[in-house]
Write a protein that binds this ligand. Structure first.
Ligand code: APR
Length: 237
């Protein structure tokens, strides 16, 4: 892996061992809610209070969870390689707290809130920012309501030009903890493989797009990744 252009894409599975529930492992519900009721623009239009309270609970949860050995292993990998880009579908901050820098959050972030009028986002994690009442922006003369800075179903993921550019150019593409259900993220491995990259999977079970991976490691990311990373960073790895 040394000297190669490496791209890593992570999904909810990498944060599972930190205690953040994944989306599709159990009964189709996410933290007891149907995804359509809390993670779509329509839900925000029809019942903004429910959506807001749901995401405020997710934002408060960040202080109760810690990065796990899989997040730390990816930070170590990035430190040990010349060219690695980390893309995540996760909205938590566990990669950053596990030591990774410049993480590309394609589905948004929990720590920031976005002004509905200007589209500007800002880090808002003080206690007064974590309440169940709606909050207003600091950017408009007439303060406007803010929304979660999250990409909901039906919205365009963030940073896609940059993501396609690095995936097109990569020589190794690895996915950790993603079920391959949600596009365009699920398609990135296909693009990488079509361009000749070596593709690696670390996941608890075979995802929908398992056929696009050259190397498959099935198991818990927190248990598998530290050893894999050590091997890749070893002089002959
Ligand atoms: N280690 C590795 N893989 C795991 C672990 C673990 N400890 N625990 C669960 N997994 C695997 C599951 O087997 C599953 O294949 O992680 C995957 C998680 O899949 P999803 O819950 O579908 O999460 P993800 O692929 O990230 O979802 C994509 O969907 O709801 C949207 O925007 C949301 O970013 C999210 C997107």
């Amino acid at each position: 892996m040394q000297g190669k252009r490496v791209v890593v894409l992570t999904g909810a599975g990498i944060s599972a061992e930190s205690g953040i529930r994944t989306f599709r492992d159990n009964d189709g519900l996410w933290e007891n809610q149907r995804v359509e009721d809390v993670a779509t623009p329509r839900a925000w239009e029809v019942n903004p209070g429910r959506v807001w309270r749901f995401y405020q609970a997710r934002r408060r949860q960040l202080s109760e969870v810690e990065p796990n050995p899989a997040h730390e292993a990816l930070a170590e990998l990035s430190d040990g390689l010349e060219h690695m880009v980390l893309i995540t579908q996760n909205v938590d901050d566990l990669h950053e707290r596990g030591g990774s820098q410049d993480v590309i959050h394609m589905h948004g972030r929990l720590e920031t809130l976005r002004c509905e009028a200007s589209g500007r986002y800002e880090r808002r994690m003080k206690d007064s920012d974590l309440v169940d009442d709606f909050l207003e922006c600091d950017c408009c003369a007439d303060p406007q309501r803010v929304r979660p800075d999250i990409v909901w179903f039906g919205e365009m993921p963030m940073h896609m030009n940059e993501i396609y550019a690095v995936v097109d150019a990569c020589e190794v593409f690895m996915v950790v903890g993603s079920s391959g259900h949600v596009y365009p993220a699920a398609d990135l491995v296909h693009i990488a493989q079509a361009n000749g990259a070596h593709t690696i999977l670390v996941n608890a079970e075979p995802p929908l797009n398992v056929d696009y991976f050259d190397e498959v490691h099935l198991g818990m990311a927190g248990e598998l990744l530290p050893g894999l990373v050590q091997g890749w960073l070893a002089p002959s790895g």
